[in-house]
Design a protein around this ligand. Sequence first.
Ligand SMILES: Nc1ncnc2c1ncn2[C@@H]1O[C@H](COP(=O)(O)OP(=O)(O)OP(=O)(O)O)[C@@H](O)[C@H]1O
Length: 313
Amino acid sequence: MKLVELREVVKKYEEAVTVNHLSLDIEEGEIFGLLGPNGAGKSTTIGMLSGLISVTSGDIQVGGHSIKRRPLDVKRQIGLVPQDLAIYEYLSARENVTFFGKLYGLRGKMLRDRVDEALAFVGLLDRAKDKPSTFSGGMKRRLNIACAIVHRPKLIMMDEPTVGIDPQSRNHILESVRELNRLGSTVIYTSHYMEEVEAICSRVGVMDHGKLIACGTKEQLLRQAGQEEKLLLELDQESTGAMDEIRNHPRVKRVTTTGERLLEVFVKESTTVLQDLLFILNKHGIALRTLTRVEPDLESLFLHLTGRTLRDS
Ligand SMILES: Nc1ncnc2c1ncn2[C@@H]1O[C@H](COP(=O)(O)OP(=O)(O)OP(=O)(O)O)[C@@H](O)[C@H]1O
């Protein structure tokens, strides 16, 4: 069953189009990853989905309710973990989560139970009395998550929740996303770390310049990338002659150099090309120091679609 429907959603700031005719369905029970470089429009999309940013045109429905006509019915179903921390430094961890629980109408024993449940879920029950000012960045993020899930929302949206935190908290957050999903929540997770999205998401939408440029399971997306594999070649010396010959090989799609003697060769089927590459190098008197074959991933898909990498775009 569809939980989220975006239809031709546009967000404009003055004349700048930040989200450009975005249409997307998200099924109940999915962990949906929104992947894209900085400025792609991910946060704006999350902001519109949570009712914090107005939609210029088009519509968004969550659980059958339109964000334009029934904003409160939409907001009730949503838990948002924003990119910037939304916690109060002068309140204890428990008081923070209690505050958000009350906002969602929880009271009395139900409120107390849910607050403990949320704090236990993020591994902060033993620090419930402490103020966030004594927490690490990762612990603050986890508290932010507790605040977002205290009312057991159907849809949890996390906007780059692992940026700038320690690996232990990062793993804890990724595991908690899986666990929330197992417990029945649908999750939308934005990131520009493709490894995270690959690891936890059942489906991925790739955004660039406000547009959804690809959408599907990881396998479907990689098929779109044309199964491009990458061979990393470390040579014992430079040679433009050999480079030109490699570039002109019919199965070589492109070659980039990442160092004086380091080549990245993008090929269609590495097994059939490898012999030829070795032959070319041999002919030019060049020895191969190391060879690594890199399986296609979402990074290569993004490069394939935009000609840029996720991080430097
Ligand atoms: N309030 C605003 N006024 C004008 N332009 C804005 C506003 N908010 C965002 N933008 C612009 O919209 C574009 C998309 O921003 P958005 O934050 O949605 O991208 P993002 O994919 O989430 O990137 P990041 O990973 O950096 O958060 C950017 O070019 C940004 O400068």
